[in-house]
Write a protein that binds this ligand. Structure first.
Ligand SMILES: [Zn+2]
Length: 313
C-alpha cells in the first residue's frame, strides 16, 4: 500500500512554485502549467514524515489564508493486496482525466427526478462520442460510465456485462453497468449533511471522513481542510459474484430546497448538466476476482479499495 496525498493550492502553478520552501520544491514539480487561474492540485506519493511537513507548511498563513486549501489522503493498494478479498470498490485513478462526452445533448436524456432537489434521471439514448485524452485502458466518463479497451472486453463479458460501441472510436467500448445496490447496503463511515429532501427523502451524503476544517461548500475558508478517504462498508447480500455494481445511492452535495424548484420529468437546461454531474457521483463495487483478471491482462487506469463486509446495515 502506498500513501498518496492530493494537495490543492490556492494560487497558480507558478505562484505556488515561487513560495514553496526549498525542502518542499518537489511538491510543485508536477503542477499543470496550462492552469493559469488560481487553484491547482497535485498528487504525490509520500511518507508519513513528508506528509507531516507538507501539512506544517500548509497551515502557515499568507495574507490571512492557509498556504494549502485542501489535503486529501488516499491509500493506494497494490495488486497482491487483492489476496483474500471477495469484493472491492473500484475507482478511477485520480490523475487520469475523465473522458468528456462530446454528444451529451444527443446521447443522454437528463431530467429532474424530484421537485425539491437536484436528483437526476439519466437515460442513454445513443452511443457515446468521447473525447479521450488519456491512454489508460480503463477510463471513466464525465457521467460515470466505464469505458475499456477492446482487448479487455472478454473479461467483462464473462461477468455478464454487455458492451456498447462508442462513436468514432473502435479502440474502446462502454461497459453497461446494469446492476445496482441499495443505500441500505451501505454502512458508515458515510457522513450525512443537512435535512432530508422534503420531496424524495434524499439525504445528502459525503463519503469522506472529515478530519478537520469545514466542508468546502461553505465557500472560501481560511483554514486548511483535511480529508481522509475511508473504506466503505457493505452488506454482502447478492453482490459477491456478479460484475460491476453501481450504487443507486449518490454521494455528493446536491442542493436541497424547501419549496418546489422544477417539475419532475422536465428536461434540464443543457448548460447545468455538467455541474450537476460534478456534484453527484456513484460508488462502484466489483468482485476482487474480476479486478485481478483485469490487472493480469495489463489493465491500467483503475484503482481499488477494500470494502468492509458487514452482515447487516
Ligand atoms: Zn428530492
Amino acid at each position: 500500500m502506498k500513501f498518496e496525498i492530493n494537495v490543492w493550492f490556492r494560487g497558480t502553478p507558478k505562484s505556488v512554485r515561487d513560495v514553496l520552501p526549498a525542502d518542499l520544491k518537489y511538491v510543485g514539480e508536477d503542477l499543470d502549467d496550462s492552469t493559469t487561474q488560481p487553484g491547482c492540485d497535485t498528487l504525490i506519493v509520500a511518507t508519513p514524515e513528508q506528509a507531516d511537513r507538507i501539512l506544517e507548511w500548509g497551515r502557515e498563513k499568507t495574507d490571512g489564508l492557509s498556504n494549502i486549501k485542501t489535503l486529501r489522503y488516499h491509500d493506494r493498494f497494490e495488486i497482491d493486496e487483492l489476496e483474500g478479498l471477495k469484493i472491492v470498490e473500484i475507482l478511477k485513478q485520480p490523475q487520469v482525466d475523465e473522458a468528456e462526452i462530446k454528444n451529451q445533448k444527443m446521447a443522454l436524456d437528463v431530467r429532474w427526478a424530484c421537485e425539491y432537489c437536484e436528483r437526476l434521471v439519466v437515460v442513454q439514448t445513443d452511443d457515446l462520442d468521447l473525447k479521450i485524452t488519456a491512454s489508460e485502458s480503463i477510463q471513466l466518463t464525465s457521467n460515470s460510465e466505464w469505458v475499456v479497451a477492446r482487448t479487455l472486453a472478454p473479461i467483462f463479458e464473462n461477468y455478464g456485462h454487455q458492451l456498447r460501441p462508442l462513436k468514432n472510436n473502435a479502440d474502446y467500448l462502454q461497459v453497461i453497468v446494469s446492476g445496482s445496490f441499495d443505500a441500505c447496503q451501505f454502512a458508515q463511515p458515510l457522513r450525512t449533511f443537512g435535512n432530508k429532501c422534503p420531496g424524495c427523502n434524499l439525504q445528502v451524503t459525503f463519503r469522506d471522513d472529515l478530519i478537520e476544517g469545514q466542508p468546502p461548500y461553505k465557500g472560501a475558508i481560511d483554514e486548511i481542510t483535511i480529508y481522509r478517504d475511508r473504506d466503505i462498508s457493505l452488506a454482502s447480500y447478492g453482490i459477491l459474484t456478479q460484475g460491476i455494481r453501481r450504487s443507486s445511492f449518490l454521494i455528493g452535495n446536491p442542493r436541497v430546497y424547501e419549496t418546489p424548484q422544477h417539475k419532475i420529468g422536465s428536461k434540464i437546461a443543457y448548460s447545468k448538466i455538467g455541474w450537476l454531474y460534478y456534484t453527484l457521483s456513484p460508488i462502484f463495487v466489483a468482485p476482487a476476482e474480476l479486478v485481478r483478471e483485469l490487472f493480469h491482462a495489463g489493465a491500467t487506469g483503475m484503482d481499488f479499495r477494500p470494502v468492509n463486509i458487514v452482515s447487516e446495515c
